[in-house]
Design a protein around this ligand. Structure first.
Ligand SMILES: C[S@@+](CC[C@H](N)C(=O)[O-])C[C@H]1O[C@@H](n2cnc3c(N)ncnc32)[C@H](O)[C@@H]1O
Length: 420
């Protein structure tokens, strides 16, 4: 039975998780260690506050809906006998979600082995208002439980995580490798399921995540939940549009669909908090970097690419699946370099990566509400790119590339897609 060790390496990390927060990545403001620790502490407690404010926030939405309903003429109200009942049900579901969120907070206060965030200077019992931005993040985090830790998320995991895991197993098969010595890094690990699944296969796996919303929640599920499907969340109550039935809005999911504590006793599985490019500076230290719905979170995706190149061991592989929905697009005062996949691919090859597997059309969803009248499908790119075992060039001049033979037996063709 193995839990998951959480370490924090948040110093110097971006703190633009909350609007109006302290983004000291972009401007590279230099703080003293004391200032940094203080900002970090404030940030930590602000996210805790957001978890506590959830019920009030949903109640406000419900009250608004109730006011709208009561503003209707009596004859119109009479046509809608179920509306107030549904709103009352939403309130009950929000109360229940709040209990789970309280449990998450309760287990977060001392979650890092190497950092303590002290006490909140203000009255800990007081519920302080949070921004809409933070509430949206919290609601997305609740939906992330569906994707990562519920039976309802199985189909989505099969399209997003399975191809990555299959490639890891193909590239580092257990009959040829001592897989416990194969190290896999999962940056932007979310609620940790992909990283957990990789560790479950016996690989040494570390998830890296920067959002406290995600970190608090993954710590809870990975270290505090044992009984399968023992807990309930109502992830869809915040969706007031595109419901076919009112009861769709209040339907529950159960989690975790599997006991997260069921890793082999000797599994090497950990999570590190912090900004991927700040935390991972040790060159040539990973056999595999697996990114899922991650690379478009970058201000500059080439910075992520550089980091991955640096930290991969010679012969190591980068496996990626996801769209290019640039997170900082249209955000005022934020650096955001929005490259096409074509441009990213060119840059990868120039840097020296050898693209061994490539599929430019993998259809996936992300925290999908399968009963909603509005559903998004991402037509994702998927690739496996290798850092050659022997580096013969400096990445500056294409004509000087001498491509080392990939360690994989043969490049694979996926569907009808382009292959290098
Ligand atoms: C779209 S989510 C994908 C989560 C997970 N990989 C999945 O497929 O469900 C992107 C994740 O990357 C995290 N993230 C964004 N920028 C990051 C950074 N610089 N370092 C580490 N994590 C980051 C976000 O907090 C978020 O949890």
């Amino acid at each position: 039975m193995g839990g998951c060790k959480f370490l924090s390496d948040m110093a110097e990390s971006a703190r633009d998780e909350t609007q109006g927060g302290h983004c000291f990545k972009k401007e590279k403001i230099k703080y003293t260690p004391e200032e940094e620790a203080k900002l970090e502490r404030q940030h930590f407690w602000r996210i805790i506050d957001a978890f506590k404010y959830y019920r009030v926030h949903v109640q406000e939405q419900v009250k608004r809906a109730e006011r709208q309903f009561r503003s209707l003429s009596q004859s119109h109200q009479n046509l809608l006998p179920g509306v107030l009942y549904n709103l009352a049900r939403i309130t009950q579901c929000a109360d229940h979600n709040q209990e789970i969120l309280h449990a998450i907070v309760h287990n977060s206060l001392h979650m890092f082995e190497n950092v303590e965030y002290g006490e909140w200077e203000k009255d800990p019992r007081k519920v302080r208002p949070s921004t809409t931005f933070d509430m949206d993040k919290l609601k997305s985090t609740i939906k992330q439980f569906v994707r990562d830790w519920s039976e309802a998320g199985q189909a989505e995991r099969d399209t997003c995580y399975k191809p990555i895991i299959q490639e890891i197993k193909r590239l580092f098969p257990s009959d040829k490798y001592d897989v416990s010595k194969v190290s896999v890094l999962v940056p932007g690990a979310g609620l940790g399921r992909l990283a957990w699944e990789i560790a479950q296969q016996g690989y040494t796996c570390q998830g890296n995540e920067w959002s406290f919303f995600m970190l608090f929640s993954s710590n809870f599920v990975l270290n505090r939940c044992e009984q399968v499907n023992a807990l309930t969340l109502y992830p869809w109550i915040h969706q007031f549009s595109n419901n076919k039935k009112s009861s769709d809005q209040t339907r529950p999911i159960r989690f975790p669909d599997i006991n997260p504590q069921s890793l082999p006793y000797d599994a090497d599985f950990s999570m590190v908090a912090g900004d991927f490019v700040e935390v991972y500076t040790e060159p040539e230290s990973w056999n595999c970097v697996a990114t899922c719905f991650f690379i478009d979170t970058a201000h500059n995706v080439l910075e992520y690419m550089d980091t991955i190149w640096q930290i991969l061991k010679p012969g190591g592989v980068w496996i990626n699946l996801g769209p290019l929905l640039y997170h900082f697009e249209n955000m005022a005062n934020e650096l955001s370099v929005e490259l096409s996949y074509e441009d990213i691919r060119t840059a990868m090859v120039k840097l020296g990566f050898i693209i061994e597997v490539e599929n430019e059309s993998m259809q996936t969803t992300y925290t999908e509400n399968d009963r909603s009248m509005l559903r998004y499908v991402y037509d994702c790119i998927f690739f496996v790119a290798r850092k050659p075992a022997e580096l013969h060039f400096n990445g500056q001049d294409d004509s000087q590339h001498h491509i080392a033979p990939p360690a994989a037996k043969s490049p694979r063709r996926e569907g009808t897609d382009r292959l290098t």
